[in-house]
Design a protein around this ligand. Structure first.
Ligand SMILES: [Zn+2]
Ligand SMILES: [Zn+2]
Length: 263
């Protein structure tokens, strides 16, 4: 992940999942040797040093200066075994050390409660960690993230300009026509989400596979076929939100809906 500032400061975080304990000191030496070799090639003076971090337990702190000033950290987490390298770089007048320390204060390499936070352009939600992102879509006025865990699928969507949309349709009409629900004969009910007007929907998955396969999935594998969802209108943000859970529980749907910060 790389985050640019309007100026010359850049923050970068790299991470990888390791199965065993890795020698972070060796990885860091390799990395700094590479930077030094590149600096030499360009005839830029290089100075660097490594020391144990005082703020982040078990981490090594590194500072170097070539054509840019850099402060960073490397650590392998003893719990999740992820190896994380975080660094901030900038020109000689940039507050590199300050920003690097702030970054470190907020860095978490694993979730404490088994739920992960996912966010895209202000659309934030939490899902159990076993869910993986399988699809995403970013368009002007529309965002979509889709997740899967075995046969359970979750999609979260957000539309802008709700006032324009809701001039033509009621929320109910729109939920049934414009969303994925149009392909399913859904039952719907009006309600509320966080005091916003909402449509609660439920239907059965119309599987594209064969009749036999559906029977096997339902009877032998006991896979649920239900699709549940909520579409709500958040007036303060002028947006419409939708959360859909295919082949998952009502409880999961409610937990995800509660985790979406709509305004
Ligand atoms: Zn961890
Ligand atoms: Zn809201």
């Amino acid at each position: 992940m790389r985050i640019d500032s309007p100026g010359t400061l850049v923050a970068e975080v790299r991470w990888a999942q390791a199965k065993k304990a890795v020698d972070v000191r060796k990885r860091l030496d390799d990395y700094l040797n590479m930077v030094e070799r590149q600096a030499k090639k360009r005839k830029v003076p290089f100075t660097g040093r490594i020391k144990p971090s005082e703020d982040w337990q078990g981490a090594l702190e590194f500072n170097y200066r070539a054509d840019r000033k850099v402060r960073g950290f490397i650590r392998q987490c003893p719990h999740c075994r992820r190896v994380v390298i975080a660094q901030v770089s900038g020109d000689k007048d940039d507050a590199v050390v300050n920003v690097a320390n702030q970054l470190l204060d907020t860095l978490q390499d694993h979730s404490e409660d088994g739920w992960w936070t996912w966010a895209l352009l202000g659309l934030a939600m939490r899902l159990p960690e076993r869910f993986a992102l399988v699809k995403s879509q970013v368009m002007s006025g529309y965002l979509m993230l889709q997740f899967r865990n075995r046969y359970t699928e979750v999609s979260v969507e957000r539309w802008g300009l709700a006032d324009v949309t809701l001039k033509r349709w009621t929320l109910e009409e729109w939920a049934l026509q414009a969303t994925e629900w149009k392909r399913i004969r859904a039952q719907h009910m009006l309600g509320e989400v966080e005091r916003h007007p909402a449509v609660h929907l439920a239907g059965l998955r119309r599987s594209p596979t064969t009749w036999l396969r559906r029977k096997v999935e339902r009877i032998v594998l006991r896979r649920p076929e239900e699709i549940r969802g909520v579409v709500w209108h958040c007036e303060p943000s002028n947006r419409i939100y939708s959360v859909r859970v295919e082949r998952g529980t009502q409880e999961l749907l409610e937990q995800i809906v509660a985790s979406v910060q709509c305004h």
